[in-house]
Design a protein around this ligand. Structure first.
Ligand SMILES: Nc1nc2c(ncn2[C@@H]2O[C@H](COP(=O)(O)OP(=O)(O)OP(=O)(O)O)[C@@H](O)[C@H]2O)c(=O)[nH]1
Ligand SMILES: [Mg+2]
Length: 204
C-alpha cells in the first residue's frame, strides 16, 4: 500500500481518482473517538491530505469546573462539532475521517457522526484510561468494529498493549496499538490496522 505523502493543506495536486472516473476508489468513513483532549483533532490533522475541517472553540473560564485540564494544561481550544479529513490509502481505498468532540456535553452528535462508518479508532491516554469507556460501550453496543490507539504523551508511563487490553477488558479481536498522533506514519499504521480488522469482521 502506498500512502500518498501529501502534507495537510497540500491541495494543489488532484488525486488520480479525481481526474479519472474509471479509477474511483472505495470511499469509507472512519470515526475517531475518545475522551477529552486525548489527541483526536491532532490525529485527523496529521494524516489528512486536504486541509482538515475543524470546529475548534477557544476554551474560556466558562468551561472551568467542566473540563478537566490536569493532564493537558496547555490546551487552549476544544472541538465543538467534529473534525473532518481525508486520506488516500491506495488507488482503491479512500478514508474519510470524522473526529468526534471529546466533551460529554457534545455527545448527542455521535449518532449522526457514526452513521455509515466501517470502523472507529478509540484513542486512549493511559493517565485517564476510564475516559475511553463511553466510546468503547458505544461501539460495542452498535456493533461497529473498533481498535484502541494509545496516544503517548511525554513523561507518562508506557504500558504494554496487553496491559491496556486487560485494564479495559477488551475482547481478543480488538487490536490495541501504540501511536503518536502527531506522526503521520504512526496514524497511517493505526488506520491500516483498523481497516484490516473491519474487513475481517465483514460478512464474506
Ligand atoms: N505530547 C503529545 N501531545 C499531543 C499528542 N497528541 C496531541 N497532543 C497535544 O494534546 C493536546 C490536545 O490535543 P487535541 O488533538 O486537541 O485533542 P482532542 O482529543 O481533539 O481534544 P477535544 O476535541 O477537546 O476532546 C494538544 O495540545 C496537542 O498538541 C501526542 O501524541 N503527544
Ligand atoms: Mg478535538
Amino acid at each position: 500500500m502506498g500512502a500518498k505523502a501529501a502534507a495537510p493543506g497540500d491541495e494543489g495536486e488532484p488525486q488520480g481518482w479525481q481526474t479519472d472516473r474509471s479509477k474511483a476508489p472505495v470511499a469509507t468513513k472512519i470515526v475517531v473517538a475518545g475522551g477529552f483532549g486525548v489527541g483526536k483533532t491532532t490525529f485527523v490533522g496529521s494524516v489528512s491530505e486536504i486541509t482538515p475541517l475543524r470546529t475548534e472553540a477557544v476554551m474560556t473560564v466558562a468551561s472551568e469546573g467542566l473540563d478537566d485540564l490536569v493532564a493537558i494544561p496547555e490546551k487552549a481550544t476544544t472541538t465543538v462539532a467534529m473534525d473532518f479529513g481525508r486520506i488516500t490509502l491506495d488507488a482503491e481505498l479512500v478514508l474519510y475521517l470524522f473526529g468526534t468532540p471529546g466533551q460529554k456535553r457534545f455527545w448527542f452528535m455521535w449518532d449522526d457522526l457514526v452513521r455509515g462508518a466501517i470502523g472507529a479508532v478509540v484513542m486512549a491516554d493511559t493517565r485517564r484510561l476510564t475516559e475511553c469507556f463511553p466510546a468503547l460501550d458505544y461501539f460495542e453496543s452498535c456493533g461497529l468494529p473498533y481498535i484502541v490507539a494509545v496516544n503517548h504523551f511525554e513523561g507518562t508511563a508506557r504500558y504494554a498493549p496487553e496491559d491496556v487490553r486487560e485494564a479495559l477488558s477488551l475482547p481478543s479481536y480488538v487490536a490495541v496499538v501504540d501511536i503518536d498522533a502527531r506522526r503521520r506514519e504512526s496514524v497511517v499504521d493505526a488506520l491500516l490496522t483498523l481497516v484490516r480488522q473491519a474487513l475481517d469482521a465483514a460478512p464474506a
